[in-house]
Design a protein around this ligand. Structure first.
Ligand SMILES: C[S@@+](CC[C@H](N)C(=O)[O-])C[C@H]1O[C@@H](n2cnc3c(N)ncnc32)[C@H](O)[C@@H]1O
Length: 188
């Protein structure tokens, strides 16, 4: 599950923070209302915290890497409540959030069934009417090379609609552009 060295240097860089906050999050969340209470699965170094806080009054993050969780807790203070845990088995109650989001993390979840568990967990912790949205990289040679020695199970976007529907979601929308796809879906 850990990130390789190059990847971890990239992920904690200002360059990445800027790319994620200006290119990924705005595109992934275009036209969506996160409501008052949002959850980010896999916040990592926290590149998206500031942009998410502009969109939701309270933000929680569930992070599987305890070192990153501690670092984020120390750095982000009251901007985000950081919970140690696995997005595929979250230590959080049912029906708690208006929105659940994740960016550039699904490919780190080590198998398609485990990714499906994460979708089911997102559904469970959402309130009825809540939105699940995010984005991830498309499979490619360069994407694979960046993850050598690292978990890399890219999600084929053409499978997403069925997989989200199986988890119970409706109003599913998937879009792709160069190097990435986004998804959004609603808990009925
Ligand atoms: C490539 S980083 C992306 C971080 C951040 N979302 C961003 O866009 O900059 C992937 C993050 O997801 C976390 N992660 C991987 N699997 C996870 C899981 N099952 N549950 C929660 N977090 C997970 C990793 O520890 C890492 O912090």
């Amino acid at each position: 599950m850990g990130m390789n060295y190059l990847h971890s240097v990239l992920c904690r860089s200002k360059l990445w923070e800027c790319a994620s906050a200006t290119r990924i999050v705005p595109w992934a969340l275009t036209g969506l209302d996160l409501g008052a209470c949002a959850l980010e699965i896999g916040p990592g170094y926290g590149a998206n915290i500031a942009s998410l806080r502009r969109r939701a009054a309270t933000l929680t993050g569930v992070e599987i890497d305890p070192v990153l969780a501690t670092r984020l807790r120390e750095r982000s203070g009251s901007d985000v409540r950081v919970v140690d845990g696995d997005g595929a088995a979250m230590p959080l109650p049912d029906n708690e959030f208006n929105s659940v989001v994740c960016f550039t993390m699904l490919h780190h979840v080590p198998s398609p069934p485990r990714q499906d568990d994460l979708f089911a967990e997102a559904f469970r912790v959402l309130r009825p009417g809540g939105v699940f949205a995010g984005s991830d990289g498309l499979d490619s040679l360069s994407f694979r090379l960046m993850h050598v020695g690292d978990t890399c199970v890219p999600v084929p976007p053409r499978t997403m609609a069925d997989r989200l529907a199986r988890a119970g979601f409706t109003d599913i929308d998937i879009a792709t552009r160069s190097k990435m796809f986004r998804f959004r879906a609603r808990r009925p």
